[in-house]
Design a protein around this ligand. Sequence first.
Ligand SMILES: CC(C)(COP(=O)(O)OP(=O)(O)OC[C@H]1O[C@@H](n2cnc3c(N)ncnc32)[C@H](O)[C@@H]1OP(=O)(O)O)[C@@H](O)C(=O)NCCC(=O)NCCS
Length: 376
Amino acid sequence: MGSTKPLTGAGLRGQVAGKTALSTVGVSGSGLTYRGYDIKDLVEHCEFEEVAYLILKGKLPTRDELLAYKSKLKSLRRLPGELKSALENIPANAHPMDVMRTGCSMLGNLETELDFSDQEDAADRLLAIFPSIICYWYRYNHDGVRIDENTDDGSIGAHFLHMLHDETPKALHETVMNVSLILYAEHEFNASTFTARVCASTLSDMHSCITGAIGSLRGPLHGGANEAAMDMIAKFNGPDHAEREMLGMLERKEKIMGFGHAIYSESDPRNEIIKGWSEKLADDVGDSALYPVSVRCEEVMWREKRLFCNADFFHASAYHFMGIPTKLFTPIFVMSRVTGWAAHVMEQRADNRIIRPSAEYVGEAPRRVQPISERS
Ligand SMILES: CC(C)(COP(=O)(O)OP(=O)(O)OC[C@H]1O[C@@H](n2cnc3c(N)ncnc32)[C@H](O)[C@@H]1OP(=O)(O)O)[C@@H](O)C(=O)NCCC(=O)NCCS
């Protein structure tokens, strides 16, 4: 942990593209910090809403500030009627990340951010409403019910599970959701955050920035990896089968989702934490298949390629053990990362210059246009 890859290569790897006071990834011996606090410390001592407050407002809240913030977020869960109608019109076979993207964009039409004086409110509204957006669409299209999104649950994690399963979640599940949302909340200049910052640098509105970020997160090389990892481990009928299949995939030079990282070189500090919770959930449901399969995958990848699990790999089994459908895994990432995205948008606005890099031209030498009648 703490060791990072050399600062060279394609994909803008290692190039410092701006400043941030929000997080460090693999810097100076620390795995991951949010505003100076180590992720392990935050997971041990804080609720997700406390961490969201820290990321969005710059300091850990007092008890009274946290209570007020949670109550504010609770009051912002409701879906406008027009948004409900829009969600009802998205087909059941749509990708849930497309639903999140459309939901965010539609909200931008209904509650447009007119000027940046209300940017913190726009961020809080998105944080509060994303679970309602995904659950309303999912339950309407899959169970034929119009859910009541105004649950009484105190936390965002419990609120999400309650709407999804139509019952108050057990304490263990609320705790794991809390941990998961903290782990996914912020991660410096990753692809989706950078998308949000580029958009913010044009002085665009919050909903446009977050909508763009959702599009970037959707891909399997980024947030979509947890779903892809789940699809893979679900096909293995035991650890030995998993090992044979993994070796075959490596032989064929296939990318194995949930492993490797653009910045970390030896481990992802989030993995150890979510792996521990996945094991507890496996015990809780009496699993003797998926967790051992996941552990064997981890062993094979490290032994064969020195590739380690990133945050996504054990999130797959953890979410599965809590009865969350695989296609909703990446939307949970959005429910959390919106805090980091919105904080980056605000940070970019506070000290802005439009982001406009240059390209190395590798095309044709200068030439004249041939009249269309002379072209073959
Ligand atoms: C995260 C990721 C995009 C980082 O990409 P990157 O920085 O370009 O990766 P690296 O430079 O470390 O790759 C080094 C080598 O390991 C291989 N590699 C990296 N991750 C791999 C994986 N998950 N499965 C198989 N091989 C992998 C690369 O193909 C490359 O091989 P090569 O040198 O023969 O071309 C990449 O590891 C990946 O695609 N992982 C799977 C998707 C994933 O889990 N994403 C979530 C990230 S949090």
